[in-house]
Design a protein around this ligand. Structure first.
Ligand code: ZN
Ligand code: ZN
Length: 184
């Protein structure tokens, strides 16, 4: 495949400012933004998972109660079907509160509540509902949330793994926000 030959295997040398991975290969030297790179990898992963139309759900042992502002609750009530379409099992639960009983399987287990709140925010704020844009927005938001941050320490094997996975993405050169992953 041609696209996978665009960057040759890169070998990490170290981390600078806790943020940039210095790497090299026979073509030269690279500076990789660790958050932007991880974001690109996670973005493509979520986009693929959301695009598979797999309706597999995860039941929550303890249903999650989410309280909203009165305005947000009203807006969400009108758009509840969007959450159901995404494979949430959701119902109204008293004043300005919804209850989540199941969620789509692709949601990250860590920071589950935060991820669900972010998706609800996107549903509430979306005016004209475009399924593609919606999926993209959710994937970007989750990818940013789940990716290693600047100043998070990484060991060499983890860097090597990150560079390898970046190289195998469809678009290894920018994060989903358009920031460069590879600075030099
Ligand atoms: Zn980010
Ligand atoms: Zn980004």
């Amino acid at each position: 495949e041609e696209k996978k030959e665009r960057i040759k295997k890169m070998y990490p040398v170290g981390l600078v400012h806790g943020t940039y991975i210095i790497a090299e290969n026979e073509d030269g030297m690279y500076i990789i933004d660790q958050h932007a790179a991880a974001e690109r990898i996670n973005y493509e992963k979520y986009l693929k998972k959301m695009g598979t139309h797999d309706d597999h759900m995860m039941d929550l042992l303890i249903p999650l109660k989410i309280e909203l502002s009165p305005q947000d609750f009203l807006v969400l009530k009108e758009k509840m079907q969007k959450l159901i379409d995404l494979n949430f099992e959701v119902e109204e639960f008293g004043i300005n509160t919804i209850l989540i009983r199941s969620h789509p399987y692709w949601l990250p287990e860590q920071s589950l509540e935060e991820a669900i709140r972010k998706i609800i925010d996107i549903v509430i704020s979306e005016r004209e509902f475009d399924p593609y844009k919606f999926t993209e927005k959710v994937a970007i938001t989750l990818a940013c949330k789940m990716s290693i941050k600047a100043n998070d320490h990484m060991e060499l094997p983890a860097m090597e793994d990150l560079l390898e996975r970046l190289r195998n993405t469809d678009n290894p050169f920018t994060c989903p926000h358009g920031r460069p992953t590879i600075v030099a």
